[in-house]
Design a binder for this molecule. Structure first.
Ligand code: FES
Ligand code: FES
Length: 157
């Protein structure tokens, strides 16, 4: 077991974990299930987690690597009790079917809008190209990101 301390969704936490466990498994020990392991190979984006504000694949990221870092999951986006603009937009546009891929898409869309507040369709496609939706909800996902961009810029005006 290895002792690690890190910031998880804004609060400091410490735990012991086996060195071979990945970040998805670590988060499950804190009852956080939004990051899901699917392909296990860094190909689908279902396991996306933000570490020090950078998106990583939780399936390929060793849990012990978060020692001393800031970790944020999809559960943190509505930390003030309200859905984030991206979360709300995914609901309003029906941008999911089974929902398995949705937390990963939402986290990446959140990052996209931080970097490009007014993205084109191509920007969205390019930025989200590492996330796969097996239900094929891509048109609605693009609509959701554009809706969230509008809502975010309106709120900032
Ligand atoms: S489960 Fe990690 S990228 Fe697919
Ligand atoms: S909504 Fe089912 S995989 Fe995307």
């Amino acid at each position: 077991m290895t002792a690690i301390s890190f910031t998880l969704n804004g609060r400091p936490v410490s735990t012991d974990i086996e060195p071979h466990r990945n970040l998805v498994e670590l988060l499950q020990r804190f009852d956080l299930f939004g990051s899901r392991e699917s392909c296990g190979q860094g190909l689908c984006g279902c396991c996306t987690v933000l570490v020090d504000d950078k998106a990583v694949s939780g399936c390929l990221y060793f849990a012990v690597w978060v020692d001393g870092k800031r970790v944020a999951t999809v559960e943190h986006l509505d930390a003030d009790g309200r859905l984030s603009p991206v979360q709300q937009a995914f609901i309003d546009t029906g941008a999911f079917q089974c929902g398995f891929c949705t937390p990963g898409f939402i986290l990446m869309a959140h990052q996209l809008l931080k970097e490009h507040p007014n993205p084109s369709d191509d920007d969205i496609r390019h930025y989200l190209s590492g996330n796969l939706c097996r239900c094929g909800a891509y048109p609605e996902i693009i609509e959701a990101v554009k809706l969230a961009a509008k809502a975010t810029s309106k709120a900032a005006a």
